[in-house]
Design a binder for this molecule. Structure first.
Ligand code: AMP
Ligand code: GLY
Length: 434
């Protein structure tokens, strides 16, 4: 009898979300060796990083998985999912977690997702789709309701949504996208939708097309500066659970949104297996879908996964097989908070290569879990290598306890021009930022 082969796992991606996924799957007795492509300086303490294989390099990832005899692949970011990395893995006979290309369109095309919601009666803001500027401008003039929301159809690094506060801004956004090629092909089709107002909630749900398992709700902080000022970013911090997602709202969301979305995708022949992210807005107690993402959120995963009780790796393997119901999952007590430390200037221009002080040899800080988003490791030291650098995270007995520990750790870490928000969790009743 030959020696039992050590199982190999490959995670595609290289940010804070991937770091959080890797640390969680490493709790599993099934985990084995973890590779991460490309990974980053901090992930290198938990996995074997392959920086040459970028997250969007489908061919490179398949080759790497074959060379390393990987048994299971987790595709974490949107671009490779929308481009069909899971399909490519399956063609090569390697099981993978994440939706196939046909299902990832739920994030890849806002026009698709809006039409899906309309067809199946899933609550969302009223909208129209345009490919020509003149009828789009005529539509906003006829609506004459401001603010109005203008969205590029395709992936645009979270920057394809413009909230226009008057007609002039709306016309600029429409012409920039449809005639000025502002978001390239992603903006050659646009959605114009009604502006909704209310607290936003992120819900990440595991689904295999048979059952829907929502994980603890979270709140993102998308704007760069305190008080929700400044530009939209990939996310400057998160807390979980989100108090706006009450039991009553959760029940409405399950019946009107989560299950109907799963069934709608099944009926369309696009069964979704993976993590479906519902970006919700609660308007006068009623949940609406603002957007779908076909993956774990970043930095939502950084607070949702530490509160997950159970074996994430087994749940992911079961999801890919359509057997999610067989894996028990629960929720840990308390709250989690993640404060993102970013490079000064992010999300516009920023410098990289600044040495980070306050981290130990593993890239961790005392009293917190540090998920690395954009770092490099050189001779045992860590340097900044991206806009979002670190997600300093903690789980506490309640929100303020989680925030206390996360902010204490943030204060012990420094790099030149480090920038973070001082009011994470404030809208959820947290004491910081007052
Ligand atoms: P998205 O990229 O679709 O998540 O949109 C980015 C942000 O724009 C959301 O998090 C909301 O804050 C805002 N947004 C998007 N759609 C609407 C809408 N219909 N009404 C109000 N705000 C919106
Ligand atoms: N934090 C929002 C996202 O991952 O898209």
């Amino acid at each position: 009898m030959g020696a039992r082969r050590i199982l190999g796992r490959l995670v595609s991606g290289g940010g804070g979300r991937e770091h959080a996924i890797i640390r969680k799957i490493k709790e599993s007795p099934d985990c084995g060796t973890v590779y991460c492509a490309p990974g980053n300086g901090g992930i290198a303490s938990d996995a074997i990083c392959v920086p040459e294989v970028k997250a969007t390099d489908i061919e490179g990832a398949v080759k790497l998985a074959q060379e390393k005899k990987v048994d299971f692949v987790i595709v974490a970011p949107d671009d490779p999912l929308v481009a069909g990395m899971v399909d490519a893995m399956e063609r090569a006979g390697i099981p993978a977690f994440g939706p196939n290309k046909a299902a990832a369109i739920i994030e890849g095309s806002k026009a698709f997702s809006k039409d899906l919601m309309k067809k199946y009666g899933i609550p969302t803001a009223k909208y129209e789709i345009f490919t020509q500027a003149d009828p789009a401008i005529a539509y906003v003039r006829a609506q004459n309701e401001y603010p109005t929301v203008i969205k590029a159809d395709g992936l645009a690094l979270g920057k394809g949504v413009i909230i226009a506060k008057d007609e002039a801004e709306a016309i600029t956004a429409i012409t920039d996208m449809l005639e000025g090629n502002k978001f390239g092909a992603s903006g050659s089709r646009i959605v114009i939708e009604q502006y909704l107002s209310g607290p936003e909630v992120s819900v990440l749900a595991l689904t295999d097309g048979n059952i829907m398992r929502p994980l603890v709700s979270a709140m993102d902080h998308k704007r760069a500066l305190d008080g929700d000022e400044g530009l939209n970013t990939g996310g400057m911090g998160t807390i979980a659970p989100n108090p706006a997602f009450t039991e009553e709202v959760a029940e409405k969301a399950m019946q009107r949104i989560f299950l109907p979305t799963m069934q709608a995708m099944n009926k369309e022949g696009r069964t979704f297996r993976g993590c479906l992210f519902f970006g919700l807005m609660v308007v006068a107690g009623e949940p609406y879908v603002i957007e779908y993402n076909c993956r774990f959120g970043d930095p939502e995963a950084q607070v949702v996964l530490p509160l997950l009780e159970g074996d994430l790796l087994r749940a992911m393997v079961a999801t890919a097989k359509g057997e999610l119901a067989s894996v028990p999952l629960g929720r840990k007590a308390g709250s989690a908070a993640c404060v993102v430390m970013a490079s000064g200037g992010y999300p516009v221009a920023y410098e990289s290569g600044k040495e980070i002080s306050g981290l130990d040899a593993q890239g961790q800080a005392k009293g917190a879990t540090v998920y690395h988003a954009g770092t490099k490791q050189l001779d045992g030291r860590f340097y900044t290598a991206g806009g979002r650098v670190l997600g300093v995270t903690n789980r506490g007995s309640d929100l303020n306890d989680a925030l206390d520990q996360a902010y204490a750790a943030v204060k012990s870490i420094s790099f030149e021009k480090a920038h973070y928000r001082h009011d994470i969790g404030r809208k959820a009743g947290g004491k910081y930022g007052h």
